[in-house]
Design a protein around this ligand. Structure first.
Ligand code: 5GP
Length: 196
């Protein structure tokens, strides 16, 4: 069976990755599986264990790193985040396209490891402007001012990393950004088919 794609999807906090992922997951023809990450950050209201994240203690996280269970990991605004390797490998070998929604440091690790795996594609979602991004981070308002400021500074840093990605898509409008990303994935699926 043809191996599924590994899709690295990044973008600053508040840019709207979650909404776009939800729309993409509804498109069954994309055969997407969402890779649920492990994190040491606190659960936000409405988030569910095993759906949004696996919420773990720092000790549990460090143990997973030590055991080699993570494909990549990084620190983001004082907390650890990482991608469990087993799920990604299993789903890809079943022919599913696995979506990793990860920040830029972890993305770089994955891209380095997958240099010779042409089933790996990378997409970076950018906001129409920094002002718009700040508005969106504040609108979410699930964090205090200090965290908002840290996430904004981090966003500006992350925007400097866009050059590492094969595709940069602007989220000026959710419908058109989703359509563009869907087209990118379909094209990559076609070229995987050609190789099979
Ligand atoms: P949030 O706390 O807003 O859910 O996520 C913060 C950042 O961590 C986002 O940019 C998100 O894409 C990233 N992130 C989520 N899971 C992972 C992961 O497994 N690895 C890495 N490197 N980043 C992650």
């Amino acid at each position: 069976m043809k191996k599924g794609l590994l899709i690295v999807f990044s973008g600053p906090s508040g840019v709207g990755k979650g909404t776009i992922i939800k729309r993409l997951m509804e498109q069954k023809e994309l055969r997407l599986c969402y890779s649920v990450s492990m994190t040491t950050r606190q659960k936000r209201e409405g988030e569910k264990e095993g759906v949004n994240y696996f919420f773990v203690s720092e000790d549990e996280f460090k143990q997973a790193v030590y055991n080699g269970e993570l494909l990549e990991h990084a620190v983001f605004v004082d907390h650890f985040y990482g991608t469990p390797k087993k799920y990604v490998e299993e789903k890809r070998s079943e022919g599913y396209n696995v979506l990793l929604e990860i920040e830029t440091v972890g993305a770089k690790q994955v891209m380095n490891q997958m240099k010779y795996d042409d089933g790996c594609i990378s997409i970076f979602l950018v906001p129409p402007s920094i002002e718009e991004l700040e508005k969106r981070i504040r609108h979410r308002a699930s964090e205090n001012e200090e965290v908002v400021q840290k996430r904004l500074r981090k966003a500006i840093q992350e925007l400097k990393e866009t050059f590492r990605y094969q595709h940069v898509v602007c989220n000026d409008n959710v419908d058109s950004a989703t359509k563009r990303i869907s087209a990118i994935i379909k094209e990559a699926m076609l070229s995987q088919d050609d190789k099979a």
